[in-house]
Design a protein around this ligand. Structure first.
Ligand code: GTP
Ligand code: MG
Length: 164
């Protein structure tokens, strides 16, 4: 199954992906063009061959990104609690995927990242609630510093795809 990690630039897509795959936190920011990874994992007792596509958040690589939006079996839609703008952009990405695939019931999980940066938080609980009601998607809070958070995010989308 193919999992696509999407969201605007710098929100932590690569950090969450690498934390899940390699159990380490990426401290430096190196904007992604597009990275693909393969991994076999056990989820709920059965094995799954996963391909992760870590997409570009910066808008220079829209062709690659659209290709991934067309092919993904499921999506982690990432935004950052430290950026209101990234919340708006994640809604636009959601709408873009729905438009490209012509359906709104695809497996998707919202991931609000950087929850460790409490002082820099710009997004309120009310805004999060509004977002989940609007898009009708599950929402997970995450810090890419925590392996457990990354594991939970990927396990959730894997289950969602399996049950789809
Ligand atoms: P693009 O590839 O440009 O789309 O960005 P990205 O979404 O992949 O962001 P990336 O994972 O490269 O993270 C950007 C910066 O934010 C890096 O310096 C990370 O260390 C930092 N970062 C990512 N997630 C977290 C987090 O949960 N907490 C904190 N404190 N920093 C984070
Ligand atoms: Mg990246």
């Amino acid at each position: 199954m193919q999992i696509v990690v999407a969201g605007s630039g710098g929100v932590g897509k690569s950090s969450i992906t690498i934390q899940w795959l390699q159990q380490r936190f990426l401290t430096d920011y190196d904007p992604t063009i597009e990275d693909k990874y393969r991994k076999k994992v056990f989820v709920d007792g059965s094995m799954e061959a996963i391909e992760v596509i870590d997409t570009a958040g910066q808008n220079n690589y829209l062709t690659n990104r659209e290709r991934a939006f067309r092919s993904g079996d499921g999506f982690l839609l990432v935004f950052s609690l430290t950026s209101k703008e990234s919340l708006k952009e994640v809604c636009d990405i959601y709408k873009n995927i729905v438009r490209l695939r012509d359906r709104d019931d695809l497996p998707m999980v919202l991931v609000c990242n950087k929850r460790d940066l409490i002082e820099e938080r710009q997004v309120s609980d009310e805004e999060l609630q509004k977002l989940t009601e609007e898009l009708r998607l599950p929402l997970l809070e995450c810090s890419a510093m925590e392996h457990e958070h990354a594991r939970v995010a990927f396990s959730n989308i894997i289950r969602f795809i399996r049950n789809f």
